[in-house]
Design a protein. Sequence first.
Length: 309
Amino acid sequence: MATELFVSAIVVSGMSKSYGSLLAVDGLSFTVEQGEVFALLGPNGAGKTTTVEILTGHRHRNGGEVSVLGFDPATGGRAYRERIGVVLQSAGFEEEFTVRELVRLQARLYPRVHDPDEVIDLVGLADKAAARTKTLSGGQRRRLDLALGLVGAPDLLFLDEPTTGFDPSARHHAWDLVSRLRDMGTTILLTTHYMDEAQHLADRAAVMRGGRLVAIGRPEDLGGASIAQHTIRFRLPAGLSMMDLPSVTGAVGQESGTVTVRTAAPVRDVHTLSQWALDRRLDLSDLSLTRPTLEDIYLRLTGESDDDH
């Protein structure tokens, strides 16, 4: 029996999109594997939403090659649309329809569907199933967006800022939902401004800036060692000065008796400091090693400051 060839869910090569003189997407290239949760990160205007719109067939590209589930989104037509689910940043609803009516209507557009009532329950709208959409809050409307994107049992789900407007409880509910979908084999591409969301959900993440890809990899590896510096902290032993410390690879500072070492070689520098302390029978109290958060790395890669958020 022939072995089925494994094909990446998304392959983007040199994709570009311009609006007049504005180059919104500039030579973008990346792949998303089947069953993977892939996050696109970047500030407003980075090109994330334009990228999603091109991949879903809602917008035409100016250049480059794109394959999604083996289709070119620009020409894939109904056969392509039947295999994807799309949750964009904003969507319009028929305000007089109930939640259940809208989800059932959406389900009729697909040859393969999840049970509408199960989907409504899955997104946390069971108690609003009979409510007209015009009565829903912003967060509830976002959950309805998710239900409409899911009911067609997509092989690939696009989530553009999926938890915007959610309270913390609703966000975690949505995270659980994404994790369950991944366990079911659904490939997911999401864009998000929430760094903890990308860190919690994504198998890999890509950072965009000015329409270009500036970094890609697992969230814990994003940015590489030159950017993702760790921090070593400890209390300076009594009677010693900074001049007494051993030479380490990182940048050393001190504030209120606490020594800080920012280093791209944390294992080496922790070993150097520990051996130095052991040889002198010293105690490095409050010794800690912390890695940068994805938000720290994101801010460095995009050139944003904390004041921008």
